[in-house]
Ligand binder design. Structure first.
Ligand code: DC
Length: 209
């Protein structure tokens, strides 16, 4: 049973990369950001507060990993709300338990998020920390919004990326940081294709042993 842990800040390209890697090795994939997003969306939909830890943890405990769909969870407000409830230890405990259970699936799994290599799967066979400069990440996010027919203001997107980084890296419980034995992959000047081959070389080298 093999687990590949992929962490990194918002808009670093982890999602696309993780899906490609899971496909390549025939592994199950879990985008753990969706578990935080789905919990946040359930609170918003029911008109429940985002700052009540017990209420949010109750919702987190009833989450069904089978029903996660990025297309209904991608809204910006949901991402913001997810990052707010992600600072709550009781919410994290509930979601981490479900994520660990997923990580045990055969023949192997790819989990991506913020704390996979450090907290969720500290024994993962391979750990990647995927990053890119804040400017590159904001530019990619901006292009994605425009390509989907939306309106965006680059400066606002950039500020958003920085604010999300501060919240994800600055929280006390499971802050975003590279695990000690993570392989760093800076994709600032890489295409998706180049990032995928770099990741594949790292993974193949580890799995061969
Ligand atoms: O990757 P994303 O934008 O879908 O994640 C949304 C928020 O969820 C992110 O800002 C912080 C939180 N998150 C987390 O705390 N731990 C994870 N493993 C994944 C996401």
């Amino acid at each position: 049973m093999t687990t590949i842990a992929i962490d990194g800040p918002a808009a670093a390209g982890k999602g696309t990369l993780s899906r490609r890697i899971a496909e390549e090795y025939g592994f199950h994939h879990l985008d753990t950001g969706l578990t935080y997003r789905a919990t946040a969306k359930a609170l918003l939909d029911r008109g429940l507060p985002l700052d009540d830890e017990a209420v949010a943890a109750n919702v987190a405990r009833t989450l069904d990993l089978g029903g996660l769909d990025r297309s209904v969870l991608s809204a910006h407000e949901i991402g913001e709300a997810a990052s707010k409830i992600a600072i709550m230890p009781a919410v994290r405990r509930a979601l981490v338990e479900a994520q660990r259970e997923f990580a045990g699936r055969k023949p192997g799994t790819v989990l991506d998020g913020r704390d996979i290599g450090t907290v969720v799967c500290p024994d993962a066979a391979v750990k990647l920390y995927v990053t890119a400069s804040a400017d590159v990440r904001a530019r990619r996010r901006y292009n994605e919004i425009v390509a989907n027919g939306g309106m965006a203001d680059y400066d606002a997107v950039y500020k958003d990326v920085r604010r999300r980084d501060e919240r994800d890296m600055g929280r006390a419980d499971s802050p975003l940081r590279p695990a000690d034995n993570a392989h760093l992959l800076d994709t600032s000047e890489m295409s998706i294709e180049a990032a995928f081959s770099a990741a594949k070389s790292i993974i193949d080298a580890v799995l061969k042993h």
